[in-house]
Design a binder for this molecule. Structure first.
Ligand code: FPP
Ligand code: MG
Length: 254
């Protein structure tokens, strides 16, 4: 994980002082680094199954690419959500403005595509490219269902798959690909990542209500404030629809 952090700063920072400063902001301490950790743990587990003595360089590079893609999506997400803090620090859009933040996100997506292509594995390229399309799909579905008190749990889980679980599922499967696993094992690893990702999103959405901004490292209550009705609200709506709708109206949210 330490090597990964150093490599990420190097990959992003070399070309322009603005990018170097942005890299410091986005790849410095603060992030949980859950996704690359899952890639590396999956690499260890599957390498052992394959009888390899250790994980390989492709696994390590994959972990870096996944963190780069995730971070690119957050830089763009903070522009869309007009969010001022992330990972306990000012966001790129707060520090350098929206235009630079859009370009930094684009740059990270572009760099990750280049490193992805250089893994020279068509199966993994297809898996990870699909994730970037899924992100856009998830964000569009979310924007289309803001303030919709008729939203079902299935729609919410669908949206959560696209915006969160797709990346973790593809990461797990790609890690298994680099260990040379069978189609059955690769499928099982994808399903594991998908369910882990969905569970992660539900917990993330609960924490948005139960933790403070300091604990979260980003503003608390953002989902509700922006009309993004998540699992806690959907369950509350299911149990007491009229009461919850009245409360949302009182907050001028619907
Ligand atoms: C965080 O959601 C957002 C994501 C995990 C995905 C963001 C994806 C995009 C902005 C699409 C970019 C796509 C392309 C093709 C350029 P959140 O706002 O619920 O989480 P948060 O509370 O951490 O901000
Ligand atoms: Mg956001």
């Amino acid at each position: 994980m330490d090597t990964m952090n150093q490599n990420l700063r190097h990959i992003v920072g070399d070309r322009h002082p603005m990018l170097l400063a942005a890299a410091d902001q986005i790849f410095g301490a603060g992030g949980k680094k859950l996704r690359p950790m899952v890639v590396l743990l999956m690499a260890r587990a599957t390498a052992e199954m394959a009888g390899l003595s250790n994980i390989v360089a492709y696994h390590r590079r994959l972990a870096e690419i996944i963190e780069m893609i995730h971070t690119a999506s957050l830089v763009h997400d903070d522009v869309l959500d007009d969010c001022s803090t992330r990972r306990g620090k000012d966001t790129v859009n707060t520090l350098y403005g929206t235009r630079v933040a859009v370009l930094v996100g684009d740059f990270l997506f572009a760099q990750s595509s280049w490193y992805l292509a250089n893994l020279d594995n068509l199966e993994v390229i297809k898996l990870i490219s699909q994730v970037i399309a899924d992100f856009a799909n998830g964000e569009i579905s979310q924007a289309a269902s803001l303030f919709d008190t008729e939203i079902t749990l299935d729609t919410y889980l669908d949206k959560s798959f696209y915006k969160t679980a797709s990346l973790i599922a593809a990461s797990c499967r790609s890690s298994a690909v680099f260990s040379g696993m069978s189609p059955e094992v690769k499928e099982a690893m994808y399903d594991y990542g998908k369910h882990l990702g969905l569970a992660f999103q539900v917990v993330d959405d609960i924490l948005d209500f139960t933790q403070t901004s300091e604990q979260l490292g980003k503003p608390q209550g953002q989902d509700l404030a922006s009309g993004n009705l998540t699992a806690p609200v959907i369950f509350a709506l299911r149990n007491s629809p009229e009461l919850v709708r009245t409360q949302l109206r009182y907050l001028h949210l619907v």
